[in-house]
Design a protein around this ligand. Sequence first.
Ligand SMILES: [Zn+2]
Length: 337
Amino acid sequence: MTDALSKLLAERDWLLADGATGTTLFNMGLTAGDAPEFWNEAHPDRIRALYRGAVDAGSDIFLTNSFGANAARLKLHDAAPRARELSRLAAELGREVADAAGRPVVVAGSVGPTGEILAPIGPLSPALAVEMFEETATGLKEGGADVLWLETISAPEEFRAAAEAFANVGMPWCGTMSFDTAGRTMMGVTSAEFGRLVETLPNPPRAFGANCGTGASDLLRTVLGFAASGTERPIIAKGNAGIPRYEAGHIHYDGTPELMADYAVMARDAGARIIGGCCGTTPEHLRAMRAALETQPVGPRPTLDRIAGALGGFSSESDGLGEDGPARVRRGGRRRG
Ligand SMILES: [Zn+2]
């Protein structure tokens, strides 16, 4: 049995994933502090519009509106018991939009972090984390997701717990970590360590990579780190559209569609096969990314200088892999949108 994502990966050199969920929903009127997952029920039309925005812009894969649909996060909104149901609704709407696309589009059931720290450092037991992820995954499966998509993870323990849950529900999956701390995740994981972790799992993901973090340049440096390890597993690049800036009461991302088009082509040349955006990435950005991927020939693996020249400097000197440890030094001029 071949899943929809593996089938597309077998047919195509690269796939375009989607852009930002949060940014798009905020533009539709979501306010800070609201749980976006409630909209799967209260405003299904807006969630369909979110998905259609990506599909119409040329995305081959889109993520469902279920990032925070786990008991730990929903508990903050007195809705802990609703994780499975809200996840199912997110995937059902996704299925509907994908099936009407007229071409193969993969519905990826988004699974975000619990927001809690796992034992031994934190209070959340691995068993309870597995249980929570399983609830979300079950709902996404019931709603018709093609694959599960774990994202924005920073701790290896949490990544493992989710993988175990996905094995329990018998779903293919992908997983990305967020490398936002001088080339490492918040919990100190490097790109090389993550690549090794993925291969030790009994049910490794169909693809793995990086999402969110600190801008498109840093994300590409992380992708180069994955590629340098010689992995044969498809690599995912989902970087933010530039750098966040607080402006007139809103978070604004400064990356232009042209910048994200350059990012997409360099991500592919760096070795990524699934390329999308994260925070700040709108359908307009996705359209430019798709056009660039379709028209620009494959080039050599980009150097760090070329990445910095096109997308702006890195947030730290180190990519986290060396012995020099994390250092937060901002250098180089960023190209402002
Ligand atoms: Zn993001």
